[in-house]
Design a protein around this ligand. Structure first.
Ligand SMILES: [Zn+2]
Length: 205
C-alpha cells in the first residue's frame, strides 16, 4: 500500500498555476538550495571537465556581451494544480502518495526535470547524475522528497547540490553546451549572464 506523505512546504498549495497548452505544464519556481555537500570519491577516473575548464567557461559568460532574449510561446491556459499524485519509483517500483504542494512537484516538476536532465546529458561532456530516490518512501524511508544533482569533475571530486529544479537543469544545459544563453521552459532564449550566481552555486565555484 502506498504510504501517505503530506508535505506542504515545497510549494504553496491551492494557487492557480499557469500552464502552456501547446507543450507541457510549466514548472514551478526554482527553489533555493538548502543543503550542499562536496565530497571526494575514489571511483575510476572518468572523462569529464576540470574545475579550471568550467571556471573558464563561466568567465566567458560573465565577460561576454549579453545576447538578445527571445520570447517564448505565449499559449497559456489556466490549470489547477493536482491535490494528490502517486510517485512510482523507477528503481524499486514502489508507490509513494503525495498530497498538497508536493503533489504538484511530483506531477509537474519531476517529469519536467527528467526531460531537462536528458537534455543536459546530451549537451555536456560533464559527468552528471540526478538522484530522485528521496521521493521514494522505500528507497529512502526518512529522505527528503527533492532532486539531488551530482557533478563529477575530471579529478573525480564531486559536487552535490539539492534541491535542484528544471530551471537549474536548463541553465546547466545551456552553459555546458558552450552557449551564452539557455532555452526557457516555453522555448524562448534568455542570457546566462543574469544567472551566473546560481550557476556558481551549483558548480561549486
Ligand atoms: Zn524506490
Amino acid at each position: 500500500m502506498p504510504a501517505l506523505v503530506t508535505i506542504g512546504l515545497l510549494l504553496a498549495a491551492g494557487a492557480l498555476f499557469m500552464a502552456c497548452s501547446c507543450t507541457r505544464p510549466a514548472p514551478g519556481p526554482t527553489r533555493n538550495p538548502t543543503t550542499t555537500v562536496t565530497t571526494t570519491v575514489t571511483v575510476q577516473q572518468v572523462k569529464s571537465l576540470s574545475r579550471e575548464e568550467v571556471s573558464r567557461m563561466l568567465a566567458r559568460v560573465e565577460n561576454s556581451p549579453e545576447p538578445q532574449s527571445r520570447m517564448g510561446a505565449m499559449c497559456y491556459e489556466m490549470a489547477m494544480p493536482p491535490d494528490r499524485a502517486e510517485y512510482v519509483c523507477p528503481v524499486c517500483g514502489e508507490k509513494t502518495l503525495y498530497t498538497s504542494g508536493a503533489a504538484q512537484v511530483v506531477e509537474w516538476d519531476l517529469p519536467s526535470c527528467r526531460r531537462e536532465f536528458e537534455q543536459l546529458q546530451k549537451a555536456s561532456s560533464m559527468q552528471v547524475s540526478l538522484d530522485e530516490s528521496g521521493f521514494c518512501h522505500k528507497c529512502q524511508p526518512h529522505g527528503t522528497p527533492q532532486l539531488v544533482l551530482t557533478l563529477t569533475y575530471a579529478d573525480s571530486t564531486t559536487r552535490r547540490i539539492a534541491p535542484v529544479g528544471a530551471q537549474d537543469l536548463r541553465l546547466l544545459a545551456g552553459f555546458f553546451s558552450g552557449k551564452l544563453s539557455y532555452e526557457t521552459f516555453n522555448e524562448g532564449e534568455e542570457p546566462l549572464k543574469g544567472s551566473t550566481d546560481r550557476l556558481k552555486e551549483i558548480l561549486g565555484l
